[in-house]
Each structure stands twice: as structure tokens, then as C-alpha cells.
Design a protein around this ligand. Sequence first.
Ligand code: NCN
Ligand code: DMD
Length: 351
Amino acid sequence: MADWIGGNCPVPSETHAKLARQRQANLTKPAGSLGHLERLAIDLAALQGTDRPRALRAPIIIFAGDHGVAARGVSAYPSDVTVQMLYNFASGGAAISVLARELGVPLLVVDAGTLSEQPVPGVLTDKPRRGTRDFGEEAALTPPEVVQALGCGRRALRQVIAEGADLVILGEMGIGNTTSAAAIACALTGRRPELVVGNGTGLDDAGRERKVIVIKQALAFHGIEGSGSKVEDVFSAVGGLEIAALTGAIVASAQNRVPVLIDGFIVSVAALAAVRINPSCRPWLIFSHRSAERGHQLMLEEMDARPILDLGLRLGEGSGAALALPVLRLACALHNGMATFDEAAVSGRIP
Ligand SMILES: O=C(O)c1ccc[n+]([C@@H]2O[C@H](COP(=O)([O-])O)[C@@H](O)[C@H]2O)c1
Ligand SMILES: Cc1cc2nc[nH]c2cc1C
């Protein structure tokens, strides 16, 4: 395992959390009436160590990778789509490209392991190999490939936060990656594949059953049933290059005091792996939405997470996280801009 990944993440500032809680209690509204928005502003204040939290600079990183297991008919789309979408991200036509433009935030796309032979213009290439091996018959990745993929995430993260970031948004693209993510989720939690496996890009029920069987057989083949396996062994057996890169980016972000807005099922599985490797990164994670992918709710429960949105999304690309950014921005605006009872000469709660 990469030596840097266990390095402690800073503890959020309890002093600023306390000040933010006091401020929320003094703002001109019934106590607690802004619900989850209050919690978000307080958490951001503690994470950013400030009286005035903000979510203005929120660069997006998308990690892309291909999956050998896709050859087993576990996705509704062919593997070609992964690289084709990289061109779409770069030329501005993908959902996340539109959202990034509307939000005024930069978008970095990283090829962490697609099948592409050539670099895609406008995309950062940092990949140990082209696609994973089919984990139905061999280990998806070697241990050094896992270490390199974790490092890819850290390098991209460092590049992006060097330009300044109040938080980062992480997303992914990879045909077949819900199969890899579900296998990782099963191996880290001991849950049965039936409970974790979803329809991904749109498999029918027969396809989903095939996916369950592929994962069950792979967990047995690699000896990672139950919940006792180490993350590095799980990544090597059934991992994805973009998923390991996400895990590296999540830990590195927390180590660098930058909160991470987590997207859907795949990014949440990468987050669970990050929390298992380095539990001190957990306070730095903000969960943006509940994906329609079966298994996502279990991941959220596993990390005791409460997502901001629940819109039935299952796109990936960081789209759910990007959509939650305006809520975070407005939570900060309310926290910073509302008048207190004293300032507005409004009577407080009857004692
Ligand atoms: O983010 C999610 O919750 C999510 C749920 C289902 C599918 N996806 C996206 O769909 C792709 C993986 O689906 P699949 O069926 O090919 O495994 C990948 O590119 C993901 O970004 C994403
Ligand atoms: C077209 C398409 C776009 C995507 N974006 C993220 N995952 C995706 C999967 C497909 C199939």
C-alpha cells in the first residue's frame, strides 16, 4: 500500500464549530428551522477553520477507467463509451460540462486507465495500464498498479487545489464500474451481492441477475467473501483504476484540509475504501445525494452519511455533487449574511 495514505488528516476546528453553532442560534429564524442547511454551514466552518464558510471555488475532478469485467455483459453500454465520453467531457457536451460551466467551476478530466491508446486532447493522462483485467478470471490489478492508481488521485487533487479550492467535487466515468464498485462494497462490508448490486446504466432484471452471479463467483474466486479483507487486496482483486484514484484523491484532499463533495454510488464506494484505510478522513466528506443505484443507501448507512439531495439520479460524472453545490453555497450565504436577533431588533424565543 502507498506509504502516504495512512497519514493523519487534520481534525476539524471545534472552536469554529462552536462559534458557527452560536451564530446559527442567533440568526433571525426559529432555532433549527433551516434544518440540514445549518449543519452544512457549521460543518464547513469547522472544516475550513473560519467564521465565514464558503463554497465558491469548487473544482471538479472526473477520473475515468475501463473494466475488463465489462466483457461479461454486466453493463447496458459497450466499453467504447468510456473513451467517447472523455471526448464529450473535453468538448463541453456532457452533463457535467454543462453543470461546471453554469456553476463557474473548473473541470479536470483524468484518464486513470481507459482503453484509449492515445491521450485524449484536453484530458490529463495518468494511468498504470489500459483498463483492468477481467476479475472473473484473474486479479483486476497488480499491487503496484493499485499504488500507482492511488497516487494518480493524489497528483490530480494536488494540481487542482494548488489553484485554490474551498472544497472539491469528485466524479467518475467507466463502463462496468458499478460491477467493480459493488464487488468492492460487498468485500468491505460482508453484504450479500443481491443487496448491493443495481442496474447501473440500465440493465434489465436478467442482466442484474447475471451481474450478481459474476460478483458472487469473483468474491469466492479471490477469497474476499465476508468483510475481513484489506482494502489493498480488494482493490487488487476486483478494483477499478478510477475507483482507486478516487480513494487516493479523497484521502489526499482530507490530508490537505480540503472538504470533498461525494457523488453517487461509485464515488461513495471509493469513499468507504478511503475511510477504511484512513478513518481520519471521514469528517472531510460531505455527501451530495442519494443515487437511484441499489446499494448506495447501504454505503451511506455504512458511513453514517446524510445526503443533501435525493433526485433519483444515476448518472455519475460528479453530476449529483455539482447539483448540490448551489445548496452548499446558499447554506453559506444564509450563515454569513442573515441578521442576528440583536442586529434586526427581533424578539428571541420565549424562555
Ligand atoms: O453515480 C451513480 O450512482 C451511478 C449509478 C449508475 C451508473 N453510473 C454511471 O454509469 C457507468 C457505470 O454503469 P455500468 O452499468 O456500466 O456499470 C459509470 O460511467 C457511472 O458514472 C453512476
Ligand atoms: C452515455 C453515458 C454517459 C455517462 N456518464 C457517466 N456514465 C455514463 C454512461 C453512459 C452510457
